[in-house]
Design a protein around this ligand. Sequence first.
Ligand SMILES: C[S@@+](CC[C@H](N)C(=O)[O-])C[C@H]1O[C@@H](n2cnc3c(N)ncnc32)[C@H](O)[C@@H]1O
Length: 211
Amino acid sequence: MTSKPAPRDYSFIAPLYDHIFQRFLSEGHHEIGNLLRNVRNKRTAKVLEVGVGSGLSLNYLPPSIDYKGIDINEKMLIRARDKAKMLGRRKIVLELMNAQKLAMKDNSYDLVLAASVITAVDSPLQTMKEMIRVTKKGGHIAVIANLRENDSVRSQFVKILDPITRKYMGFRTDLDLESLKRLRNVKLLQQKKVNHILGFPLSSFLLFEKR
Ligand SMILES: C[S@@+](CC[C@H](N)C(=O)[O-])C[C@H]1O[C@@H](n2cnc3c(N)ncnc32)[C@H](O)[C@@H]1O
């Protein structure tokens, strides 16, 4: 993975984000919905979503869950706040924050989510470390990310596209699964291809457990 950061300003796309991306990302959001429905001890469970964006996952949130969403972009958060208001939930808190330096205490969340985020931040691994830090032992971290392809034809194609996706879409395509599996205090439990377009999976859904 190169250290060159991906751009992260979603301000220009915020008003159009749902119209453009909701359809392509819905398979991954469904996976998150399944996790939220099955979260242990729903009444006391604490969930953190990193890079909540316009709040597409809020539609899948069971009413009783104590939920906090953070994002670095105020324009995206405004849209998430509108959705939260429409849902009329008291237990949704949305805050401006950098995923690479979370303000939360260690071991404080049962489930930490990041959908299409870790490849949009400057440092995916630092973001993952922060997500792991704030997850309780035995808790879960769910990530949806477009990972580097192993298939040689696809990987060449994706490599060619990388400067374009970085510049115009704000995400990198050079993150590999092995670098995530090597992170400390975490074990990969589940891996699934999601967000298919014409049979081609755009992203992977990854579920980790904190040890
Ligand atoms: C592709 S969008 C995904 C939004 C949402 N999770 C979804 O599934 O639709 C990426 C989001 O990550 C946010 N982001 C980028 N860098 C960030 C950072 N360092 N800290 C927090 N959020 C960040 C962007 O502002 C944007 O809202």
